[in-house]
Design a protein around this ligand. Sequence first.
Ligand code: NAD
Length: 517
Amino acid sequence: MLRQCYRCVNKVNIRVTPVNSTPKNLTLERNGRLFTTLLLMTIIERTTAQSDISKRFEEKKTVFQSLKIEPVSARKARLRKLRTWIKANQAALRDAMYRDFRKPAAEVDTTEILPVLDEIKQALENLDRWAKTKKVDASLTMLGTRSVIMYEPKGVCLIISPWNYPFNLSAGPLVSALAAGNAVILKPSEMTPNTSTLISKMCKEVFTENEVTVFEGGTEVSQELLKLPFDHIFFTGSPSVGKIVMKAAAENLTSVTLELGGKSPTLVLPSANAKEAAQRIAVTKFINNGQTCIAPDYVFAHENIVADLIKNLKEEIPVRFGGSDGKIKTSPDYARIVNEKHFSRLSDLLRDAESKGATVETGGQLDFSQRFFEPVVLSNVSNASRVMEEEIFGPILPIVTYRSLDEVVQYINARPKPLALYIFGRKKSEINRVKKETSSGTVCINDCAIQFLHPNLPFGGVNTSGIGKSHGYYGFLAFSNEKPVLRQRNGLTAFRFFYPPYTPGVQRMIGWILKLF
Ligand code: NAD
């Protein structure tokens, strides 16, 4: 696959990333045959990639049968090996994510490594119970039968992950898939190449090819993979690509889990503690440089608290991210925007908001060369500005003032269902009203984003923000076929009384049964 093409005067430097291997830099003399060579290389690479992908997939399908009948202890052994690798490679993980977007080491530990280790811990502690065949009671019409639910692995599963938490969102679903006993093909994001290459290395060192295969690369690799009849697809990414994935899955009637994005509103009620709310909003909005699917996207603050909230945000941001007077830029605690494309998108969003009357309350210093985007808090934001229409996915925090809760509920309900909804406040009646009258993937009260880390809560969106749930037991279920197995007794059965021919006696019996319900 051809990645980049930089032209010099007499030479052309190209960067070629073959599927499943490290990028190669080549320097070729510019001449008449150069572009033919490049074209041929691209075609050869692509054909090799396609056949490699199909070949690996077919191999996995063939050997899956042996994985399927393995005991739960074999799955656990795999997860233990993964845990050992992660612990031994903490420094390498920190280094890869620092090189990808200057992610601070502490953020790698807390938001990438810890959630995956916790997923593994939950699976190791609970897998015997999760995977155990469960008996179910017979209902009146089922008298005499015996039934169970078996949890069988779905088969060969595809995981496609995004760049914003590149390790967590690849390894987390991988744990669930392996806990459920599946074989996996994983495609990490091309936007964080250092982490993706490390994930590939990890899977080669920890698993056999039959268990897990990683295909690095971009859209074209994803598209090749999506043509194949996987047994489940677990996709994390944007709603627009989610639609592409779901359409492709429909061709093979493959089940999907879609972990998508969108705008997560944050409501600050007049009964809230402004200082505490500002602290929690600032931290969860600006860690990872705002590139978090469940970050508070924008804030609705009541008119009685909005000034206090903004004052506290202005104090809190420098405290958390390196100090005032431009010190954030040199702080090791503040990550960078992942690439130029996203940097330009975010600066356009900011310019658009300002041109439509938004006030910059704090921040907004930008340095394109370093992809440094200072945390920005905006007030007086017009509903027509792009920051109120698109998922921001960066360190811009619009604050909208509201007067009545009706406005807020109507505003949220008129838009796609959010992935997360946050409410700060003490007044139960108001909190309950918002919880009941709106719909969102998750709700968190008096904090943001931490619901993701709770191992016993299902995580996921609704409609445009996602389909299906993940994490812990719910992740295990996403990758399992809950197979009902019913055993009828020998001899006389309850159903015998309803068999045709439908004589008057049988019809009387049916009428009598219907009266019992
Ligand atoms: P993305 O949708 O652009 O890419 C995700 C993956 O899909 C990548 O591996 C990419 O290579 C692949 N892809 C991109 N275009 C494709 C195409 N046309 N066909 C097939 N595959 C394609 O998302 P992103 O930019 O990596 O991540 C940001 C988005 O992900 C945001 O919308 C964010 O809210 C969302 N997200 C959601 C969660 C969640 O848990 N719900 C977590 C993180 C990110």
